[in-house]
Design a protein around this ligand. Structure first.
Ligand code: ATP
Length: 232
């Protein structure tokens, strides 16, 4: 049985002023797939991730999510879709410093208008699951980098999103902690059947993925193409 891809970028271009970031990027992501996007600094990886997540609107080309055009969708609808169907993990966790860890995890549920007690209870379930027991009441300044990133993972996963977008999720962590965070991300995403799109510089992180692609000069290449090109 074949299923439709969950995400698709078709001939996407985007420039920041005079700087081209994407120059005809094509990418298809299958449902449940864990995909790593690699490539040199400045090649367009984060811009591609932001287009796929409906954060940036391309100058031309199309972006599809679950059969719907994301690039032409009105902002309000895109923002609801990001809140309800996508989860995000960034390099520095980006927890809200005024909130406790459990409130941070509950945030996407509260923004989706869940009852506060229900949201906090659901958020609390993630602490045991991610080895964070007892840290529910801490603020981000009282957590280690690895703990904060696990809280950020819980926040990305708490809504049971279709897709988790992770931009350098281990970039600020030492390699052992980074590995633990990646193992947790992959295991929980697989458990929930979530698709994961990871931008990373680190081959060890990419090795956790089902497939790797490389972005060069704003264009997506499969890893096979890249290896052949480098070998020739
Ligand atoms: N907000 C912005 N304003 C201006 N130029 C930008 C902006 N964001 C990205 N760029 C430029 O677009 C190009 C692609 O950037 P992007 O961040 O997508 O690359 P990247 O591959 O993710 O890089 P890195 O690995 O260093 O994070 C670069 O030339 C970058 O300088």
């Amino acid at each position: 049985m074949t299923t439709d891809p969950v995400l698709q970028a078709r001939d996407v271009t985007l420039a920041f002023g005079q700087t081209p970031a994407l120059r005809g990027a094509d990418l298809t992501v299958e449902r449940g797939e864990i995909l790593a996007i690699m490539g040199p600094s400045g090649s367009g990886k984060s811009t591609l991730l932001h287009c796929l997540a409906g954060i940036l609107r391309p100058d031309s080309g199309e972006v599809h999510f679950a059969g719907r055009r994301l690039d032409t969708m009105p902002e309000q609808e895109r923002s609801a879709l990001r809140r309800d169907r996508f989860g995000f993990v960034f390099q520095f966790g980006q927890l809200v410093p005024e909130l406790t860890a459990v409130e941070n995890v509950a945030l996407p549920l509260l923004l989706g208008r869940a009852k506060r007690s229900t949201a906090l209870a659901q958020a609390g379930e993630w602490f045991g699951r991610l080895g964070l027991d007892g840290l529910e009441g801490r603020r981000s300044g009282e957590l280690s980098g690895g703990q904060a990133q696990r809280v950020a993972l819980a926040r990305a996963l708490v809504t049971k999103p279709d897709v988790v977008f992770a931009d350098e999720p281990t970039g600020a962590l030492d390699s052992l902690t980074g590995e633990q965070v990646m193992d947790l991300l992959v295991a929980t995403a697989r458990e929930q059947g979530a698709t994961v799109v990871i931008v990373t510089h680190e081959p060890r992180v990419a090795a956790c993925a089902d497939r790797e692609v490389v972005v060069r000069d704003g264009v997506v290449r499969s890893l096979d193409f890249d290896v052949e090109r480098l070998a020739s």
